[in-house]
Design a protein. Structure first.
Length: 119
């Protein structure tokens, strides 16, 4: 089970940290990714971390602003310099194997957490 938390309301330029806690299994040798979705749009991958080698991957829209990291069985997404366009429901997902920012790769999802950035 994955439990996402940390969403909220923040002004543009501010920061938030999302967390995704795994229970019932270990995140070793998994890819864990964060996605976001707004109404009427497909779920978009923003960041992924591969726990087997620690490599991280980012969508170009967040590169340099977001940082994905792992602390034992929790994965964090530090979001800095937030923009209005970052407003979305954010989801974490995991599966065994390589990182991907394509949502169909993942079979295990947490519930969403809403991030609202005011302009």
């Amino acid at each position: 089970q994955l439990q996402a938390s940390g969403g909220g309301l923040v002004q543009a330029g501010g920061s938030l940290r999302l967390s995704c806690a795994a229970s019932g299994f270990t995140l070793d040798n998994h890819a864990i990714a964060w996605f976001r979705q707004t109404a009427g749009k497909e779920r978009e991958g923003v960041a992924c971390i591969s726990t087997s080698d620690g490599k991280t991957y980012y969508d170009g829209s967040v590169k340099g602003r977001f940082i994905i990291s792992r602390d034992k069985n929790t994965v964090h997404l530090q979001m800095n310099s937030l923009k209005y366009d970052d407003t979305a429901v954010y989801y974490c997902a995991t599966d065994e194997g390589r990182c991907s920012l394509w949502y169909r790769t993942y079979g295990h999802w947490g519930q969403g957490t809403l991030v609202t950035v005011s302009s």
